[in-house]
Write a protein that binds this ligand. Structure first.
Ligand code: MG
Length: 159
């Protein structure tokens, strides 16, 4: 077995930038989205890095550099699907668990759909992917509503 950890942070864009807020592949009603080269799906990015880390591979920026126009506005669930392909068939995903840190929006109402999307990209069952939200008690950048952080762990099992 191998465990991997992924951490990611994205800043909120200004409302007039018209960015969508995408978390775990779910478009969440919000007056502003996150800044990023791709769709800025901070949750999908943390899960992708956890997966790559568990497999002992390079990080997400190595496979999907933000200097490459190919990944501009990319659907990060598709990046996760591609990362799963890179990890290869010698490893099975045992489980993933992830936490999103933000004051708003509330993750609770969307977590089932996020789990479905992440599990689908990883080719595992719904029950193998956990997603929770937490606030940072109004402390720090997440608490001030300047951005969203996500952390994830991924456990791989050798086939
Ligand atoms: Mg990112």
């Amino acid at each position: 077995m191998r465990v991997g950890l992924g951490v990611d942070v994205h800043a909120f864009a200004a409302p007039e930038d018209g960015r969508k807020l995408i978390l775990g592949g779910v478009e969440i009603p919000s007056d502003r989205g996150l800044l990023g080269h791709s769709d800025a799906d901070v949750l999908a990015h943390a899960v992708t890095d956890a997966l790559l880390g568990a497999a002992g591979l390079e990080d997400i920026g190595h496979y999907f550099p933000d200097t490459d126009p190919t990944w501009r506005d990319a659907d990060s669930i598709e990046l996760l699907r591609e990362a799963r392909r890179v990890v290869g068939g010698a490893w099975e995903v045992a489980n993933v668990d992830a936490v999103v840190v933000c004051e708003r929006p509330k993750i609770r109402d969307h977590r089932e759909a996020m789990r479905e999307n992440l599990a689908g990209a990883l080719g595992v069952g719904f029950s193998q992917v956990g997603v929770r939200g937490t606030t940072s008690e109004r402390l720090g950048f997440a608490g001030r509503g300047e951005g969203i952080a996500a952390q994830a762990v991924c456990l791989l099992q050798e086939k």
